[in-house]
Structures are given as structure tokens and as C-alpha cells.
Ligand binder design. Sequence first.
Ligand SMILES: C[S@@+](CC[C@H](N)C(=O)[O-])C[C@H]1O[C@@H](n2cnc3c(N)ncnc32)[C@H](O)[C@@H]1O
Length: 293
Amino acid sequence: MKIFPEKIRYKDLKELLGKFYKRWEIEKEEEIDFLIKEITQKDEVFFILNGEKHVDKDILKKLELILLERKEKKPLPYILGYSYFWKNKFLISENTLIPRKETEFLVEEALSLVKVDGTILELCSGSGAVIISIIDELKNGDVKGVGVDISQDAVRIARKNARMLHLEDRVKFICGDLLKPIKKEFFKKVILIVVNPPYISKEEMERVNIETRLYEPKLALYGGEDGLDFYRTILNSLRRVGYLNPISFEVGYNQFEKVLKLGENYGFKVLNFRKDYLGYRRIITFRRKNGEI
Ligand SMILES: C[S@@+](CC[C@H](N)C(=O)[O-])C[C@H]1O[C@@H](n2cnc3c(N)ncnc32)[C@H](O)[C@@H]1O
């Protein structure tokens, strides 16, 4: 299907794409600049100097194919097969979530907590964007990362991402159910655990935006009836294995108080928290209360 006219000048491209987004009710006009830059590989200066020139045919073809998928509400990162997170580009697939901007606060929190060498464990690691970004920042010393995800395809993608950044020797990925694949002995090496679990409740699942509902994996979103299943299971398991170092979670915008109470019930105290761009408390770090093990 052809949606573009034969010839388009560089200076008209943004307006034209904007019209399609409006017509198809895609409320993400802010991604148009990104899309144009990504596909043309040209910067603003080029557009200023070459506005009257016609866009190359192969670029138009690529854009047209992308727009036809975007029309069906497929999120742009799934069409491109990648997304940007923290300081790098990460491959994603239909079995991984699109890494969210607010999850970068989990990276920030981890970097503020790591003071000694050892292993950082990430549960629910998806594309690996979080643990890879953390390890990539920790260039000095000897800090390693291990990610665990239940999706075999997510683990495959995460391993590819680690290889792309030449971090495959420092970050390993295991396929499994939360803490089940981890031996008790291993926790002696773990200096920090980070988790961005599925946390959407049953009720909220019915209200997630259409792009997420149609394309993002339910396995990465649904956190049980009240959205808190993963926090419960993880905190309970950590209590049983006697893990004493910090654990940082991302929580839903309305879950901070609930997760805090849960943590306290399982014998953890809050070490720190972080707010997201909108002022919601989205990262919570716990540690076991002294002497309770
Ligand atoms: C919110 S997403 C995390 C996304 C990740 N931060 C990223 O950037 O890709 C939750 C992840 O938990 C994984 N997951 C769901 N149930 C799991 C389980 N029982 N054990 C391990 N991982 C699980 C999903 O496959 C998904 O990748």
C-alpha cells in the first residue's frame, strides 16, 4: 500500500508524518522527530541546509513500511526492534517489555548503592537493559551481573544485548522462575538485588493503553489480582534464604505505601526511595532488619 506522494521535500516530512499520526489517532507526536532522525540518519543542520531537496526513495520506502505498522498501533520500538535506555541501544522483541524511562531510576539507585565488588542480581531482567546498564557504568573494580527471566526469548535477547556492548563476560542471564534457579550458596556473593517486576493489577490490566494491551507481553505486565504478587514472593523467598544486603524494587505509581508495608511485614526496613519525573515514589530499597535472621 502506498501512502506517500511520489516526491516529498525534507522540509515537509515532519508535517506529513504529523498528519498521519493525527489521522490514525496515535498520540505520540513527540516520537516523529526521533523516527525521522533514526531513519534518515540526518541531523537538524542537514534539514536546515537541504529542506528543498527531495527525500531519497529508499528512505521513503522504509518510512512508509514503518508507518503502515504504526497505523495498527504497534509501538515504534517493536517495529524497529530496538529501544534506547540509559546510555545505550537495546534490542527488544515481542517477548520483552519496552524499557521505560522511569526504570532508569532503578539504575541510578543501584549505582548509588554499590560500594564493593561482588555480584548484582536482577530478577525479571527482560531485555537486560537494567543490569547491563548498571554493569556498563561500573567499569572499575570487579562487579558482575546476573539476570533471571522466565521468558526464554527475553533471555536470548538479553544475552545478545550483553554481547553487543562487549559485556558478555560480566553479565550472564539465566532462564527461570524468580529465585528458583539460584542456589542458596550464591547469595553470599550478591551485594545487591534489583527488580522491575510485573506489577499491574487485574483491574488496571483492563485500562492499560491500547498499544500496550495489543503488543506488550502480558507476562511482563500482570502482577496478580492486586499487582503485588511478585513483591510478596520475592520478599518471602529472600527472607527464607537469609539474604541480608539491599534489594531495590521499581513499584507502580500508586504502590509505594503498599509495598513498603509488605516489606515491613516480611521483616525488611526501608533504606531509600526515589521519585520519578512526575513526583511519584517509584523506587524502594529494602534491607533486612538487624538481628532478625
Ligand atoms: C516489567 S518486565 C521487566 C522489564 C525489564 N526491566 C526490561 O527492561 O526489559 C517484567 C519481566 O518479568 C519477567 N517475568 C515474569 N514472570 C517471571 C517469573 N516468574 N520469573 C522471572 N521472570 C519473570 C517477564 O518475562 C518480564 O521480562
